[in-house]
Design a protein around this ligand. Structure first.
Ligand SMILES: C[S@@+](CC[C@H](N)C(=O)[O-])C[C@H]1O[C@@H](n2cnc3c(N)ncnc32)[C@H](O)[C@@H]1O
Length: 306
């Protein structure tokens, strides 16, 4: 079974690996596609640490890389990067990589509840032991709060109407499954827009229950601290909210001064910490777009520690 086809594999590998004997961090292990490619370029005495929140991905890769002494895996959030480096006695990384979002396996697996296409418990957490499932939020939050989540994280213009329909439905019966949520949305969205709207609402709830944007910001800050000089950070994102965070973060880290324009001489202590390697993000080429639909929305941004 093909659990997940890695996106921009050659481009990511070429950018991340700069030292064959170095130490690397793959923040989003998934089914080990990128990890395998990185390892294929690394020598015997290199090291690769990887994290994934998802227990299925972690267990799969534990077996996949069981005989490779260079690999150390953690079933943990990537925001644990600092703690992990302390435990493993790692002073700095030569490369840090993240391929954000969910894997095709998580998305297609009917039990994960990540997709509106399959009937499942409305959960949407990558780690089912942390936080609360999406149905708890949907059944308990104020209408306004639901609308805000759908608008802010799904960029869905009908957020208020959808939230109202959700609240009307949950008065009759709690919304526990993906299908029940889909039916509540169907009532207020025309058929021709339904799939797009459902994707946006499910994306919004996923981002909310996994605290994805806050974790990404936290991770980026820690990652730059832990990069060695000349080390690279490479991030693949799949929607504009994530991409904006990565873009703005790199831009800010690249600045050597943040004084207001009217200040004649620099008085801030800001130092440039990153050199941006991708002035424009790298996107998938025609051949990859044809063979892997997941690559449609990818944006790769890379930077180097100064
Ligand atoms: C797009 S997939 C990665 C696929 C992987 N590059 C491959 O080639 O198989 C994203 C993975 O990151 C994991 N993930 C997402 N956010 C995470 C976080 N904050 N911490 C750890 N893992 C995370 C998901 O569980 C998922 O398995």
């Amino acid at each position: 079974m093909n659990h997940h086809v890695p996106v921009l594999l050659a481009e990511s590998t070429n950018l991340v690996i700069t030292n064959k004997t170095g130490t690397y961090f793959d923040a989003t292990l998934g089914f080990g596609g990128h990890t395998s490619s990185f390892l294929s370029q690394l020598d015997k005495n290199s090291k690769l640490v990887a994290t994934d929140k998802d227990i299925d991905a972690y267990t799969f890769c534990e077996e996949k890389f069981a005989n490779d002494g260079r690999v150390e895996l953690y079933n943990a959030a990537f925001t644990e990067i600092r703690n992990i480096s302390l435990v493993d006695n790692i002073e700095g990384f030569d490369g840090i990589f993240a391929d954000l979002g969910v894997s095709s396996f998580q998305f297609d697996n009917k039990d994960s509840g990540f997709t509106y296409r399959e009937e499942a418990v409305l959960d949407l957490r990558m780690n089912k032991t942390v936080g609360a499932p999406a149905h708890k939020f949907i059944n308990n939050a104020e209408q306004e709060e639901i609308a805000d989540v759908i608008y802010n994280y799904g960029e869905e213009r009908k957020s208020r109407l959808i939230a109202k329909s959700i609240v009307n439905e949950r008065i009759i019966q709690p919304i526990e499954t993906t299908t029940q949520l889909k039916m509540a949305i169907q009532k207020v969205v025309p058929v021709k827009n339904l799939n797009k709207t459902l994707s946006r609402v499910f994306q919004a709830l996923r981002i909310y229950v996994n605290n994805e944007l806050e974790e990404l910001k936290d991770f980026l800050g820690k990652a730059v601290d832990l990069l060695k000089t000349g080390g690279r950070i490479v991030i693949l994102s799949y929607h504009s909210l994530e991409d904006r965070i990565v873009k703005e973060f790199f831009k800010y880290q690249a600045l050597s001064c943040v004084c207001p324009l009217e200040v004649p001489v620099c008085v801030c202590d800001k130092e440039s910490r990153l050199k941006i390697l991708t002035r424009k993000p790298i996107v998938a080429r025609e051949a990859e777009l044809k063979s892997n639909p997941r690559s449609r929305s990818v944006k790769l941004r890379a930077a180097e520690k100064i």
